[in-house]
Design a protein around this ligand. Structure first.
Ligand SMILES: Cc1cc2nc3c(=O)[nH]c(=O)nc-3n(C[C@H](O)[C@H](O)[C@H](O)COP(=O)(O)OP(=O)(O)OC[C@H]3O[C@@H](n4cnc5c(N)ncnc54)[C@H](O)[C@@H]3O)c2cc1C
Length: 386
C-alpha cells in the first residue's frame, strides 16, 4: 500500500496553493463587502489561472481541461477549498461534467465557450416542490412543431441570475420519471418564456447569486437536449460521485485545514493569564479533535477517489464522505471561532465567513439525512464494503 503523492501532483498542488494564498485570498474581504467580484481583478486572475492551466481542471484534456484523475482533482480541490466558493467558480471555472454529453454543434455553442470561460452555465434541478426527491419535479417539456415547450419553476439555482444558459431538468414522459422520463434541456438566456423571477440571497456564499427561474411556454429547438431524450436522470447520476467527492469532500478538507492552521498560529501567539492559550488543555483539545477529524475525512476522500479512478462504484463511500466531511467542517469552523474568541466572531477574519459558507455543504448535493439514508440502505443490503 503506497500512500505517497506523486511528484507531479505535489508540484501542481503547490502551484494551486501558492496561487490561492497569494492571489485569491486577498480578494475575499472585498467580495464579502461588495457582494460581487470586482470585474477588473476577476478578469486578471482568471487570465492568470488560464495561463497556468488551472481553469476547468476537472475536464478532460481533449476539450481543453486539466485531464486530472479523480484523486488528482481532489488534491487540487483541497487547495481550492482554502478560498471562497464564489472566487473558485469565477477564477477556476465551474464546468459541469455532464456538458461532455454535448453533441454536434452543441459543443461549439455550449461546451467549448464554457471551457474557455466565455459562457457561464447554471444547473437547474431543484424546484419549490422537489428538493431531495429530485425525481418528483413538476417542470415539463413537450414536443410541439419541432420544438420543446418548457413549463415550470426552478429555485435556489446557483448563478441562475447571470448564466448565459441553463441546463434544465424536465419531465419529458411523466409516467416514467427517473426511469427514462426525465431529460436535460439547454436553454439560452433571453429565450422568450424564460425569466429570472427572484433573487434568493443566502446566509453565505456571497459573491454569486442564487435565483428562482420561471419557464412559461418557453420554446427551444428540439435539438437542445443534452444527451439522450429520457436519459437526464442517468446522466446526472453518472457524474455526481466525482462532483460530491471533489467539490464537497475535498473542498471541506481544504477549508477545515485552513481553519486549523489559523487556530494553530493563534494558539501559539495569543497570551492570556501569562501564557499562550495553546498551553491550556481545553484549547489543545479543540486543536487535537480538529486535526484528527480532518485526517479522517482526508483519508476517506483519497480512498474513495482512488476507487473511482479504478472504475469501481463506491457509492456508499461517496455518501459517507459527503456527510462526514461537511459535518466535520462545521465542527472545525465552530472550534476555530471559539479558539479566536471575539476575534473569531468579527468580520476582520475569514472565520465567520467560513462558518456561514460551511453550513450549506450539509444541504446541497444531497442533505446529510439523504446520504445517511443511502449509507444505511447500502450497509443493510450488502454490509460495509471497505
Ligand atoms: C446555496 C444553495 C445553492 C444551491 N444550488 C443549486 C443549483 O445550482 N441547482 C439546483 O438544482 N439546486 C440547487 N440548490 C438546491 C439544493 O440542492 C436543495 O436545497 C437540496 O437538494 C435540498 O432540497 P430542499 O431544500 O428542497 O430540502 P427538502 O428536500 O425539502 O428537505 C428538507 C429537510 O427534510 C429532510 N428530508 C427530506 N427527505 C428525507 C428523507 N427521505 N429522509 C430523511 N430526511 C429527509 C432533509 O434532509 C432536510 O433536512 C442549492 C441550494 C442552496 C442552499
Amino acid at each position: 500500500m503506497d500512500f505517497s503523492i506523486p511528484e507531479h501532483m505535489q508540484a501542481l498542488t503547490e502551484t494551486v496553493r501558492r496561487f490561492v494564498t497569494q492571489e485569491v485570498q486577498p480578494l475575499e474581504q472585498e467580495v464579502e463587502r461588495l457582494g460581487h467580484l470586482p470585474p477588473d481583478a476577476l478578469r486578471d486572475l482568471r487570465g492568470k489561472a488560464q495561463a497556468l492551466g488551472l481553469f476547468a481542471m476537472n475536464m478532460p484534456e481533449e476539450v481543453g481541461g486539466g485531464g486530472l484523475s479523480v484523486l488528482e482533482m481532489c488534491l487540487v480541490e483541497e487547495e481550492l477549498g482554502k478560498t471562497s466558493d464564489a472566487l473558485i467558480r469565477r477564477i477556476f471555472g465551474q464546468v459541469y461534467p455532464m456538458l461532455l454529453a454535448c453533441q454536434g454543434d452543441q459543443r461549439e455553442r455550449y461546451l467549448m465557450p464554457t471551457m474557455r470561460g466565455e459562457k457561464i452555465c447554471a444547473m437547474a434541478i431543484t424546484e419549490p416542490g422537489a428538493g431531495s426527491d429530485a425525481a418528483s419535479i413538476a417542470t415539463t417539456a413537450r414536443l410541439d412543431g419541432g420544438e420543446w415547450v418548457i413549463d415550470g419553476t426552478k429555485h435556489f439555482i446557483s448563478d441562475g441570475d447571470i448564466a448565459d444558459y441553463v441546463i434544465v431538468m424536465a419531465l419529458t414522459e411523466k409516467e416514467k420519471r427517473a426511469r427514462g422520463g426525465i431529460s436535460l434541456l439547454l436553454v439560452d438566456k433571453g429565450t422568450p418564456g424564460f425569466s429570472v423571477t427572484r433573487h434568493q440571497p443566502m446566509m453565505g456564499h456571497r459573491g454569486y447569486g442564487h435565483a428562482e427561474l420561471a419557464f412559461e411556454n418557453c420554446r427551444i429547438p428540439a435539438a437542445n437536449v443534452l444527451g439522450e431524450v429520457g436519459g437526464g436522470f442517468k446522466l446526472i447520476m453518472s457524474t455526481v460521485a466525482a462532483i460530491r467527492l471533489a467539490h464537497i469532500g475535498a473542498r471541506c478538507v481544504g477549508m477545515a485545514s485552513r481553519v486549523l492552521e489559523m487556530m494553530r498560529l493563534y494558539a501559539t501567539e495569543r497570551r492570556q493569564f501569562g501564557q499562550a492559550i495553546g498551553d491550556f488543555q481545553m484549547v489543545q483539545q479543540m486543536i487535537a479533535d480538529s486535526a484528527a477529524e480532518i485526517f479522517a475525512a482526508r483519508m476517506m476522500v483519497h480512498n474513495t477517489a482512488w476507487e473511482l479512478d479504478q472504475g469501481r462504484d463506491p457509492r456508499d463511500k461517496v455518501s459517507m464522505v459527503k456527510f462526514y466531511a461537511s459535518e466535520m467542517l462545521g465542527r472545525v469552523a465552530d472550534r476555530g471561532i471559539q479558539v479566536f474568541g471575539g476575534a473569531g466572531y468579527s468580520k476582520d477574519l475569514p472565520l465567520e465567513r467560513i462558518y456561514r459558507d460551511a453550513r450549506v455543504t450539509r444541504i446541497y448535493d444531497g442533505t446529510s439525512e439523504i446520504h445517511r439514508m443511502l449509507v444505511a440502505r447500502g450497509v443493510m443490503k450488502h454490509g460495509l464494503n471497505l
